[in-house]
Write a protein that binds this ligand. Structure first.
Ligand code: H79
Length: 444
């Protein structure tokens, strides 16, 4: 049922409803783009993915894209590919690392703002085939992911500070190219997107970025979105395809068209259950690899994931592999630790929705069916967590992470007490079985 025709039929079916049910002042413009794919569901349920920022810049240990023409002179940056030879790259090991972490999808930089392409592209020579390594990284990784049951996706930068046709250049889009041709660049962009989908697809997500610069406009955005959907109707496209993103909060301005989901960057999204979102956050500090980059603790990593799920969003956790092709062992270890936790307590994360209790200083909640999971992340030196009242009766309460809970429910609210010895340093998960579907309880 995922044909463009079906999508069109859905739009046509919805349009009269919209115009009939909304007062004129509140009316949303008719959908200019196809509706989001029904297959958004797999991704929402997945909750956790691996982001990978990689390229020749790892040889310098500076930030991908941003360091071009800044810490690293442009000429030197653009020569790095000649020395890029990550002989210890093992696609299977990367896919297995994602799987061991409990991640369900993986997003690799096919091209960042620096213009370098990690696949064998017929549209440029500035790609991995012209490095001493000479192996198609996207081909190997997409195949390895498929084998491990990880959904393969790519990050693709709209802005390209390297490409002579793209009007702006380094550092950070602050310079002008001598003879730009944005129409021609746009064709290059669309051709490469088609190449990625055709040669390595089906892909899960096309994760665009670099849309904030002036050469990009709403018409091009909509055209690129339609292009993606035509190439693969089930493709999920993030909001950075369009011009509607509200800064690093990553939410979408009301009424603006911007893809299928919101993208908070380096921060956890606010509770939002009426439009899907995914926070992208680095496991260290830099997107691309740098030596001795401070690594987040297991507590930080897990609480970040749990807080995203409790806000009804996903977490895309980033690693930057080393110039030899390996993901740093200490980062792999951290990811495995997360996976161990998810193996035991994953039912409180995967396929859940955020709420019904809104995030608070104590932690967050998730729910699935008739179960509410209360994730206590901080007891705040108190022995009780107090939650707002719900209309539905709590049938039973237990502690998923072990031990006993004392639960009292009244018209005033819910009180949960767990003895000190059963409280967890990272997340005490209390499981409340209620008499009906938790999704019927409005967030409070
Ligand atoms: O791909 C990652 C970033 O490179 C990209 N988006 C994520 C997913 C990104 N694009 N823009 N920004 C991030 C925001 C820019 C932040 C900056 Fe900076 C602050 C640019 C210059 C100062 C970060 C810190 C980059 C260099 C130093």
């Amino acid at each position: 049922m995922n044909s463009p025709l079906f999508d069109l039929m859905r739009v046509l079916a919805i349009m009269p409803l919209l115009s009939l049910t909304l007062p004129a002042s509140e009316s949303i413009p008719p959908p200019a783009a196809p509706p989001p794919p029904a297959s958004l569901e797999w991704w929402r349920e997945a909750r956790f993915g691996l982001f990978i920022h990689w390229g020749p810049v790892s040889l310098k240990g500076t930030e991908i894209g941003w360091s071009r023409g800044a810490e690293v002179p442009e000429v030197e940056y653009d020569r790095l590919f000649r020395d890029f030879n990550p002989t210890r790259f093992d696609a299977r090991a990367w896919a297995r690392t994602a799987k061991a972490a409990g991640m369900r999808y993986l997003v690799l930089t096919s091209k960042h703002h620096d213009g370098f392409c990690l696949w064998d592209s017929q549209y440029t020579d500035y790609d991995v085939m012209n490095t001493p390594f000479g192996r198609d990284v996207i081909k190997e990784l997409s195949a390895a992911c498929r084998k491990e049951g990880i959904v393969f996706c790519t990050y693709h930068s709209i802005c390209d500070w390297w490409h002579p046709d793209y009007p702006l250049g380094s550092p950070g889009g602050k310079s002008q190219k001598p003879s730009p041709n944005m129409d021609r660049y746009n064709t290059y962009l669309k051709n490469q997107v088609a190449e990625l989908v055709h040669n390595y697809g089906p892909l899960g997500i096309l994760w665009f970025d670099g849309e904030w610069e002036s050469p990009w406009n709403p018409d091009r955005a909509l055209d690129l979105y339609r292009h993606c959907r035509q190439l693969q109707p089930s493709l999920i496209v993030n909001n950075r395809v369009g011009k509607g993103r509200e800064d690093m909060a990553g939410t979408t301005a009301r009424g603006a068209f911007a893809g299928d989901y919101d993208t908070p960057e380096q921060r956890i999204g606010k509770f939002q259950n009426d439009r899907p979102w995914e926070s992208c956050i680095t496991i260290c500090q830099q997107w691309a690899w740098k030596p001795n980059d401070p690594l987040k603790t297991l507590k930080q990593c897990l609480q970040t994931l749990v807080t995203c799920a409790g806000g009804d969003g996903n977490l895309l956790l980033n690693v930057g592999p080393m110039p030899d092709g390996r993901i740093e062992p200490r980062q792999v270890e951290r990811l495995q630790e997360m996976g161990h936790w998810l193996k035991r307590y994953g039912k409180s994360i995967y396929a859940t929705r955020g709420g019904p209790f809104r995030p608070g200083a104590w932690g967050v909640s998730t729910h699935h069916g008739k179960t509410v999971y209360v994730h206590v992340l901080d007891w705040q030196n108190q022995d009780t967590v107090r939650l707002p009242a719900i209309e539905k009766r709590i049938v039973s309460a237990s502690v998923l992470t072990g031990g006993k809970v004392n639960c009292t429910q009244s018209a005033q609210g819910i009180e949960l007490r767990v003895p000190v010895k059963s409280r967890q340093e990272i997340d005490t998960v209390i499981q409340l079985r209620i008499e009906g579907p938790a999704s019927e309880i409005a967030p409070r």
